[in-house]
Design a protein around this ligand. Structure first.
Ligand code: FE2
Length: 206
């Protein structure tokens, strides 16, 4: 039995929501299956859509609305912030059998998101990695306090939103069917910070 107590000091938010309209989701899946993909030549890596502003396409309008509503839900109701974010770039990832995505972050973005168009039981997991991993290995059971990595297998229709600075990766796809997901970045829609706190960021100031 524990003698004292432990509480988390700071918590990294991972927002999730589900697109529940399966008919519309299937129509959008058909659309993304038909778009052009490019292989960036990174060995073993997944392909990405040629269009990197894909959420601006009319065929994905229901998803864009869902993403925008979810971002607002996340910032207003969970972060308790009046920050208004807009989606900057957005693209589709196509991971064929044997392909993966190495650990990376999303620079020049505040929060990033992933939406799952197609996964199955043999699709790869998504891994989040601790930004400052412990230099020590703790023997025994993994806990939120000691783990350097968290694994997720989000179902079709899932949307995840997380800080863009969190390193993440995707394992090797063992499924015969390509895993298809959409990624996006965000930035502040209006200016950030306040003059009095010396944090003002006016991007449109000449
Ligand atoms: Fe990513």
């Amino acid at each position: 039995m524990p003698y004292g107590q432990v509480q988390p000091l700071f918590i990294t938010p991972l927002y999730s929501n589900n697109f529940r309209d399966t008919h519309t989701l299937n129509k959008m899946l058909q659309y993304v299956r038909g778009i052009e993909y490019v292989d960036k030549g990174v060995y073993g890596s997944q392909k990405t859509s040629a269009n990197t502003y894909i959420l601006d396409e009319e065929d994905l309008f229901p998803l864009k609305q869902f993403v925008q509503n979810s971002i607002q839900d996340f910032t207003n109701n969970f972060l308790k912030s009046s920050l208004t974010l807009k989606v900057t770039q957005s693209w589709v990832n196509l991971s064929e059998k044997g392909k993966m995505h190495v650990t990376h972050t999303h620079p020049n973005s505040i929060f990033s998101g992933i939406f799952y168009f197609y996964t199955d039981s043999r699709s790869p997991q998504l891994y989040f990695h601790r930004e400052s991993p412990s230099n020590y290995h703790y023997e025994g059971q993994a806990t939120y306090y000691t783990s350097n990595m968290m694994a997720f297998r989000p179902p079709v229709g899932s949307l995840l939103i997380f800080p863009s600075s969190i390193p993440h990766s995707v394992g090797i796809n063992e499924s015969d069917e390509p895993r298809i997901s959409l990624s996006f970045n965000t930035f502040a829609k209006d200016n950030l910070g306040t003059v009095t706190e010396l944090t003002k960021l006016e991007l449109d100031k000449p």
